[in-house]
Design a protein around this ligand. Structure first.
Ligand code: SF4
Length: 436
C-alpha cells in the first residue's frame, strides 16, 4: 500500500533509514512484508530494527525488544533458520526440517521448535544444541558487543542502544508476566489457525474456563465457564494497548480466549471484536487485513444462533473458530473422559460444513485426537466424516490431528497421519500446540 493511502499509526511511522557503524550495519524502521505468506524462504513481516553484525543478525521490535536472531557462525545449522522471541518471552527456533514433510504435516514451510513440552511431531531438539542454546542464553552479550563497538557513532544509534539495553532478560520476563496478569494467566494454548499469522496474536479473554473438563486434556483449568463483562474485556484492551505501545502496529490479529469463546453471548462476542478493533486500532496495523481467532466446543456450536454467524460475518476481518470435536466414536469419547454423545459430534461436524459454505469471512476448523492406542472405531468414524460424508475436496475447514502423547515423535504415527491425510477431502494437518 502506498504511504499516502495508509492511515493513522502507519502514516506516523518514522521513515526507514540505514547507517554503517564499524562492523555493524543498522537498518532502522525496516519495512518487512505486509502479508503473512506460506513460502519456502524466510519472510520477515512487519516493521522492525535490524542490526547486522559479524556473528548474528538481530531484529528488534518497535519497543526495542529482541524479536529475531539469525546466527552467522559456521556451525549455525542453516542460513535460513532463525530464533524468534514471543511476547510471552519464549524463544522459538524455526527450522526447515530439511524441507521434507514440514509443509504437508503442519501447513507451514518452517517448523516452530518450542522450548517447552508439547506435541512435537517431527522430533529433534535444536534449542538444546549449540550454537542455538548459547544464542538464547547469551543474546545480552551480543548487545554488549554492539554497544562497545558502536557507542558514539551517532546520536540516533546511541539512543537505540540505550533503549535496547534497558530490555534486560529480567525486564523482558517482567513484561511477559504483566501480559499474563492482564489476561488472567499464561495462555496455555493458541488455536491451531493462528499459524496463519505466525502465532502473532494479541490475547484477550472474553471468558474463562470451558464446558467439559475432559480427563485427557492437558490445557484445561478447573474454573467453571464464566463469561466476562464488556467492561472487563475493555480494561484488558486498554492495558494491552499500553503494554504493546509502539509495536502495536505489528499486530493484526486477536485471540479471544480462553477455551470456549463461542459460548459467550452473540452480543458480547461481537462487541468484543468491535472494541478490540477500535481500542487496539487493528485497522491501522502495518499488516494487511485483520483476524479474530477463538475456540468453540460441540456444545457452544450447537447452542449458537444463526444470528451470531450473520453478525460475525459482517464484522471487520476474518474469523477463525476452532472446535475440539476429538472423536465421533462413543468408545473413544468415553475413554477420553469427554462427556458428549457421538451423535452430537457428528452433527457438529455437519454444521461446520454448512457454516463454512455459507459465510465468506468465517472459517470453522476442527480437531480430532490421534494416538496409536485408540480404538480402530475412532479412525473409522473419523474417516466416514472427513471422506465419505464430504462430497468433494474442499480447501476450507481444516482438520487438525492432536496427538494425545506429547514429546513422543514417532515415524509410525506420521505414517498413519499421511495415510489419513491422503484420504481426507478436507485439508488436514497436525496441531502444533503453542502457548503465549
Ligand atoms: S478439551 Fe476443551 S473442553 Fe475439554 S477440558 Fe480441554 S479445554 Fe475443556
Amino acid at each position: 500500500m502506498p504511504e499516502s493511502r495508509q492511515h493513522g499509526r502507519c502514516r506516523a511511522l518514522s521513515p526507514p533509514r540505514s547507517q554503517r557503524c564499524g562492523a555493524y550495519h543498522f537498518e532502522l524502521f525496516k519495512r518487512g512484508s505486509r502479508r503473512y505468506e506460506k513460502v519456502s524462504y524466510p519472510l520477515r513481516c512487519g516493521v522492525y530494527h535490524e542490526i547486522d553484525g559479524p556473528d548474528a543478525v538481530l531484529h528488534l521490535d518497535l519497543n526495542h525488544q529482541p524479536l529475531r536472531l539469525i546466527g552467522k557462525q559456521k556451525n549455525w545449522p542453516h542460513p535460513q533458520e532463525w530464533l524468534k522471541r514471543t511476547i510471552g518471552d519464549d524463544w522459538i527456533y524455526y527450522s526447515t526440517g530439511g524441507y521434507t514433510g514440514v509443509f504437508e504435516t503442519t501447513g507451514e514451510f518452517y517448523l516452530p521448535n518450542l522450548p517447552y513440552v508439547t506435541n512435537n511431531h517431527l522430533g529433534g531438539k535444536p534449542l538444546d544444541q549449540e550454537p542455538i542454546r548459547s544464542q538464547v542464553e547469551c543474546w545480552p552479550a551480543v548487545i554488549d558487543s554492539i554497544a562497545s563497538s558502536c557507542r558514539g557513532c551517532s546520536d540516533e544509534i546511541d539512543l537505540l542502544i540505550e533503549r535496547i539495553r534497558q530490555r534486560t532478560p529480567v525486564s523482558l520476563a517482567r513484561r511477559a508476566k504483566l501480559l499474563h496478569r492482564i489476561v488472567n494467566g499464561p495462555v496455555s494454548v493458541l488455536p491451531p489457525d493462528t499459524r496463519h499469522v505466525d502465532y502473532q496474536v494479541i490475547p484477550v479473554n472474553v471468558s474463562l474456563g470451558c464446558l467439559y473438563k475432559c480427563s485427557f486434556c492437558r490445557v484445561k483449568n478447573m474454573s467453571s465457564f464464566t463469561q466476562l463483562t464488556l467492561a472487563q474485556i475493555e480494561a484488558q484492551l486498554d492495558s494491552l494497548h499500553a503494554l504493546l505501545a509502539d509495536d502495536l502496529i505489528n499486530f493484526n490479529a486477536i485471540f479471544l480466549g480462553q477455551h470456549d469463546g463461542l459460548s459467550c453471548t452473540s452480543s458480547l462476542l461481537c462487541a468484543a471484536v468491535e472494541s478490540a478493533h477500535r481500542k487496539l486500532d487493528l485497522e491501522a496495523s502495518y499488516l494487511d487485513g485483520t483476524n479474530t481467532f477463538l475456540f468453540g466446543s460441540v456444545g457452544s456450536l450447537h447452542a449458537a444462533e444463526e444470528k451470531l454467524f450473520d453478525d460475525l460475518d459482517k464484522l471487520p476481518g476474518r474469523v477463525f473458530i476452532n472446535i475440539g470435536l476429538e472423536s465421533a466414536d462413543q468408545a473413544t469419547l468415553d475413554l477420553l473422559g469427554k462427556p458428549l454423545r457421538a451423535e452430537k459430534v457428528s452433527a457438529a461436524f455437519h454444521l461446520i460444513q454448512t457454516i463454512n459454505k455459507r459465510y465468506r469471512s468465517i472459517e470453522i476448523t476442527a480437531n480430532f485426537v490421534t494416538d496409536p492406542d485408540l480404538p480402530e472405531s475412532h479412525y473409522k468414524t473419523m474417516m466416514e466424516l472427513i471422506r465419505d460424508q464430504v462430497a468433494t475436496t474442499r480447501d476450507k475447514g481444516c482438520i487438525y490431528l492432536s496427538p494425545l502423547r506429547f514429546n513422543d515423535p514417532s515415524r509410525a504415527r506420521l505414517f498413519d497421519f499421511y495415510k489419513i491425510k491422503r484420504l481426507s477431502r478436507l485439508p488436514l494437518y497436525m496441531y502444533t500446540i503453542q502457548r503465549l
